[in-house]
Design a protein around this ligand. Structure first.
Ligand SMILES: C[S@@+](CC[C@H](N)C(=O)[O-])C[C@H]1O[C@@H](n2cnc3c(N)ncnc32)[C@H](O)[C@@H]1O
Length: 285
C-alpha cells in the first residue's frame, strides 16, 4: 500500500469526525512522527510503498483517532510555548490559553530578573518549564498532587535541561510551615464544574485526567480560595499571583481576591475574547 493510499484512508475515515483540514494536519503529524517525513519529503515520497509495520502503525492511529483519543497522547508529546513536552494520560494536554498566562508573566518581568516563582497544579510542568526556559535567572518550583504527573514534569525538565524543582503537594492542604517567600505564584488549577461535563467532547472526557479538570458544582472556587489564601502569606509584599480561570468566574474571583487581601486585580481576556486570566498583587501589610 502506498503513502498516497494511506493518506486517502485517513481522509475517508476521519474527515467525517474532524473535517478535511484537521485530518490533513493529523496526517502530516503522523508522517513526521512515524515515517520521519516532513511535508516536503511526504510529497516527494507520496508513491512510496509502506512496509506492513508502517501500515499497521498508521492503521492503529486511525483507530485511536476514530475513538477521539487526542493525537498528543498517541504521539506522546505536545507543543507548548516553543517546547516539545512529553505528555501521557496522567497530565492535561497543555492548552493555548495557558500560553497566554505564561506570556503575561514574562511581559511583567524583564529577561534578567532574579526571582522565585511557584507553579501550583503544574501537571506536565508546562507553565514552570516555559517560564524557566525564557527567564533562566528565575528560581522555579512546580507542585502537583499526582505522582504520575510529577514523573512527566521531571522528564520534561530533563529533556530540556531546565533546572526546575518539582514536588508533591496537595494544594487543598497547603500550610505555610516552610516560611519560604515567593515573588510570583502562578496556577492553572482544576476549574470545570461537574455540570459542564455534558458540554465537553469525548476527546477530553474519555482521555484527559478528571483530577486535572473537575470541581464540585457547589464549590467552583475550591482551588482558587485555597491557593490565594496560601499566596496571601507565601508571597512577598508586592508579589504577584496569576491564575487561569473559568470564564464564568471572573466577578467572583475579583471579589474573593480583594477580600483575601490582594490589590490591583486585573482580569484579562484571552485570544477568544473570554475572561480567562487574572492577576493580583499582595497588598502592603
Ligand atoms: C488544569 S490541570 C493544569 C496542568 C498544567 N498546569 C497546565 O496548565 O496544563 C490541573 C492540575 O492540578 C492537579 N491537581 C488536582 N488536584 C490537586 C491538588 N489537590 N493539589 C495539587 N494539584 C492538584 C492535577 O493533577 C493537574 O495536573
Amino acid at each position: 500500500m502506498s503513502l498516497k493510499t494511506v493518506r486517502q484512508k485517513f481522509h475517508d475515515r476521519l474527515d467525517p469526525i474532524y473535517g478535511i483540514n484537521e485530518v490533513s494536519a493529523l496526517f502530516d503529524l503522523c508522517c513526521e512522527q512515524y515515517l520521519s517525513l516532513n511535508k516536503v519529503d511526504q510529497l516527494i515520497s507520496i508513491d512510496r510503498i509502506l512496509s506492513s509495520a508502517e501500515i499497521d502503525k498508521l492503521d492503529h492511529v486511525i483507530g485511536k483517532l476514530e475513538i477521539h483519543r487526542p493525537i498528543q497522547y498517541e504521539i506522546g508529546h505536545a507543543y507548548f510555548y516553543g517546547l516539545t513536552l512529553i505528555v501521557n494520560e496522567s497530565v492535561l494536554i497543555p492548552r493555548q490559553e495557558t500560553e497566554e498566562l505564561v506570556s503575561w508573566v514574562l511581559e511583567d518581568y524583564p529577561l534578567n530578573t532574579q526571582l522565585s516563582l511557584l507553579d501550583l497544579c503544574t501537571g506536565s510542568g508546562c507553565i514552570a518549564l516555559a517560564i524557566k526556559s525564557s527567564r533562566p535567572n528565575f528560581r522555579v518550583i512546580g507542585a502537583d498532587i499526582s505522582e504520575a504527573a510529577l514523573i512527566v514534569a521531571n522528564k520534561n525538565a530533563s529533556r530540556h535541561a531546565l533546572d526546575v524543582t518539582f514536588k508533591n503537594q496537595d494544594v487543598l492542604s497547603l500550610d505555610f510551615s516552610d516560611h519560604e517567600l515567593y515573588d510570583v505564584i502562578v496556577s492553572n488549577p482544576p476549574y470545570v464544574l461537574e455540570l459542564e461535563k455534558s458540554l465537553m467532547g469525548n476527546n477530553v472526557l474519555n482521555f484527559e485526567p478528571h483530577i486535572a479538570l473537575f470541581v464540585p458544582n457547589d464549590n467552583p472556587l475550591l482551588f482558587y480560595l485555597s491557593i490565594a489564601t496560601y499566596a496571601s502569606k507565601a508571597l512577598k509584599v508586592g508579589g504577584a499571583l496569576y491564575f487561569e480561570i473559568n470564564e464564568k468566574q471572573g466577578t467572583e474571583m475579583i471579589a474573593m481576591l480583594e477580600n483575601i487581601g490582594f490589590d490591583g486585580v486585573v482580569l484579562k481576556k484571552d485570544l477568544n475574547g473570554k475572561h480567562r486570566i487574572i492577576k493580583c498583587l499582595k497588598r502592603n501589610a
